[in-house]
Design a protein. Structure first.
Length: 406
């Protein structure tokens, strides 16, 4: 058994019990720098990782191309820019490029696209890019890219800076991950606490009290006592062992149990806060209690309409304007949203509304749906088809009347 506990049994009495008590400190939040929030938020928190991945992969999956009307007769330039959009560089496809771009934007609030040699687009790591303003501090003069001890100058015309609004900084954006950092810290702390409890055999922390018949312990004795108790009872392999204390020793639990702290409810609340910061419905990140196919389908549509599409539109407009300046021609990127499976229900509702609008002509309906107007032959075929449909409907109605009269 623990020899040190036996050793303290026959010491002379003390006027008061020995009690070691540790009070709570102020919370230590994750520092708001790129490396810290990337590690704690993106690499160690499953909720933030899932929310960021849903948004970035959703935007990367949208088919996009260049509007043909903007190039007039310069078809060669349009093909070159379309190839550049579909394969921004020799290492990445369009999907991989835009996934990296949106990940950087959501993690740091900033994203940088560099147009290098041979007009290749590359996403730069945001913590390595530094903005150098003009002497008046009113505009960007140039950028520097810092890697280890090397520094490279980048002209402002060769770099596109995408950023979120930041009320306290003129040059760098405010990221959703930074807004959710406190909820992420709480979520990670609960996970770490639960793991520590499991690794300690399901027992919370506590203290060993020497009530009477003992004298003050030396620092060496305290450390020896801690080591003996830890070696004998700590760890999952020692779970379920009975603690035997000789003399006037008493073990007192100091930490609250998981039931008292209500970790399940607390983690659900922090999960909602993290998902809310990114604009992702909680059901899509695996929150309990929001299950159901109908709920999931509505949540997925809500994610696309309220989060993915507005962010994709921001990227589309900024990239179109930058490419127009860079290549000195009018460039407009367009999305093919009809190919997005998550928006199928929205398209079905739109088609039903347009088809039932009797006050619109066929060409007006086609224009709203993005189709070209019918030519003369197609209009003639449409009229014949409409006439035959009306005749068949009339015949069916007459037959119903005859049956009802009989």
């Amino acid at each position: 058994m623990i020899n040190l506990l036996k050793h303290f049994n026959n010491r002379r009495a003390m006027p008061e019990s020995i009690l070691f008590y540790h009070s709570a400190n102020d919370p230590r939040w994750t520092p708001c720098n790129y490396e810290a929030i990337s590690q704690e938020g993106f690499q160690k928190n499953v909720i933030a990782f899932r929310a960021i991945s849903l948004i970035s992969r959703g935007i990367a999956s949208i088919p996009m191309s260049l509007k043909a009307a903007a190039f007039n007769e310069n078809e060669k330039l349009r093909n070159e820019l379309n190839n550049l959009l579909n394969r921004p560089n020799q290492w990445q496809s369009r999907g991989s490029f835009f996934e990296h771009l949106v990940n950087y934007l959501l993690i740091s609030g900033n994203a940088f696209i560099h147009c290098g040699e041979a007009h290749q687009f590359t996403c730069l790591r945001t913590d390595r890019v530094q903005i150098i303003s003009n002497p008046a501090k009113t505009a960007v003069d140039f950028y520097t890219y810092n890697v280890d001890s090397s520094q490279f100058k980048i002209e402002k015309e060769d770099l596109l800076h995408l950023k979120f609004f930041n009320p306290l900084n003129d040059w760098y954006g405010l990221s959703p991950l930074q807004i959710a950092s406190r909820a992420i810290d709480q979520h990670n702390a609960m996970s770490n606490h639960n793991l520590a409890i499991l690794q300690n055999g399901g027992r919370p922390s506590g203290c060993l009290m020497i009530k009477t018949g003992s004298e003050n312990l030396t620092e060496e004795q305290r450390e020896q006592l801690r080591s003996d108790v830890r070696d004998a009872y700590a760890g999952t392999l020692n779970a379920g062992k009975i603690m035997v204390l000789e003399g006037d020793f008493e073990w007192k639990e100091m930490g609250l149990s998981p039931k008292d702290l209500d970790f399940a409810t607390g983690k659900d609340l922090t999960t909602r806060e993290i998902a809310q910061a990114f604009g992702v419905p909680p059901v899509l990140v695996g929150l309990r209690g929001d299950s159901g196919f109908a709920n999931y389908r509505e949540a997925r549509l809500h994610l696309w309409e309220d989060t993915i599409l507005p962010l994709a539109e921001l990227i589309r407009l900024e990239l179109s304007n930058w490419m127009s300046r860079k290549f000195e021609t009018e460039v407009e990127i367009v999305f093919d949203l009809d190919s997005v499976h998550a928006l199928t229900s929205r398209r079905d509702i739109l088609w039903q509304k347009i088809s039932s609008a009797d006050f619109l002509t066929t060409d007006e309906k086609r224009e709203i749906l993005g189709f070209p107007p019918l030519n003369a032959d197609q209009k003639a075929e449409a009229k014949l088809s409409e006439k035959s449909n009306q005749e068949s409907n009339t015949k069916s109605q007459n037959k119903k009347k005859e049956r009802s009269m009989k």
